[in-house]
Ligand binder design. Structure first.
Ligand code: ATP
Ligand code: ATP
Ligand code: MG
Ligand code: MG
Ligand code: MG
Ligand code: MG
Length: 266
């Protein structure tokens, strides 16, 4: 085909390759889900259907993109780890980011009626996405610890907050005021003494988020499949999928810091 005189504009599209040989984390987050969850009557503090729908969309993304070896989700966000050797779309940043974000969003909308049969979508939800590269397993491990610690801090706060509002009859302003500056132990105490709730007995999905791990089939060349696992307390050494350790064995890498005692300032 003859090249038109307009084709020069293509040269303004600059290459945007991701550095070779680094781990890539892709995180997406629901846009304006505070409002979205209100309008669609999400149960507070945790709507299990909404969390399951997030997990379902994440699982579909992992099934469509074999380069993703690990997923972690909480609230309206999901993080995915791409293997270091990933050559997806020649590692073009905008192509990877836009395609994965779009695919997740489509899956979320596609499966919505299964999880919310009584609640039609009032408007189309959207997600923002970002890619972050990490040089070693230490940062990758700390990244997922960071997100899981965030899950814990937010969930503890939200659980007490909604107990004060829904069972304690407080206004949202009063509940925020009561919780201002409180540490974890004080929140646990309020939950237990005022509402008889043992925080540690709440579902692990709420307290620890969802972890999806790609497990390689032992018998090649069958395709790999994505498993949804009960999240464990920490992402231990053996939680990293087999595809990840492409670096030389680094025996100095320690297990994750305990996620149970995050700082209140996170
Ligand atoms: P932004 O567009 O900046 O991300 P946002 O309104 O989505 O803004 P987030 O910080 O991402 O704010 O928080 C998401 C909010 O969505 C939570 O605070 C909570 O109110 C709501 N939410 C998400 N998932 C659930 C769920 N499973 N159950 C109940 N509420 C949820
Ligand atoms: P990529 O994922 O690289 O974009 P692609 O298969 O989407 O690959 P494109 O170059 O974007 O390839 O071309 C889109 C193709 O989709 C067209 O070549 C055509 O075959 C088909 N297509 C798109 N829109 C229409 C339409 N309205 N009617 C018929 N065919 C269409
Ligand atoms: Mg956000
Ligand atoms: Mg959000
Ligand atoms: Mg969020
Ligand atoms: Mg196309």
């Amino acid at each position: 085909m003859a090249v038109s005189r307009f084709a020069y504009v293509k040269s303004y599209e600059l290459p945007d390759p991701i550095l070779p040989n680094v781990y890539v984390v892709f995180r997406l987050d629901g846009h304006g889900f505070h409002r979205f969850s209100d309008i669609h009557w999400f149960a507070k503090p945790n709507d299990e259907r909404a969390l399951e729908l997030m997990d379902r969309a994440a699982r579909d993304v992992m099934d469509a993109y074999p380069d993703i070896v690990l997923g972690f989700g909480e609230s309206d966000e999901f993080s995915f780890l791409l293997r270091r050797s990933c050559t997806l779309y020649s590692r073009r940043q905008s192509k990877i980011l836009s395609t994965l974000t779009s695919h997740f969003t489509s899956c979320y909308v596609f499966h919505w009626p299964t999880y919310f049969p009584e609640t039609p979508l009032a408007y189309p939800p959207s997600f923002d996405g970002r890619l972050v590269v990490y040089p070693t397993q230490t940062e990758v491990r700390d990244y997922f610890s960071w997100r899981q610690s965030d899950t814990h801090v937010n969930n503890l706060y939200n659980t007490v907050f909604w107990a004060l509002v829904q069972q304690g009859g407080m206004s949202t302003t009063e509940a925020h005021e009561k919780l201002r500056g409180t540490v974890s132990s004080a929140k646990n105490e309020i939950l237990f003494t005022e509402f008889g709730i043992n925080y540690n007995k709440l579902p692990t999905r709420f307290r620890k988020g969802s972890t999806l791990v790609r497990e390689e089939e032992v018998v090649a060349p069958l395709p790999t499949e994505t498993m949804i696992r009960e999240p464990s307390t920490n992402l231990n050494d053996d939680e990293l999928p087999p595809a990840v350790p492409e670096v030389e064995a680094d025996t100095s890498v320690q297990g994750l810091d305990p996620v149970g005692q995050p700082t209140e300032s996170v």
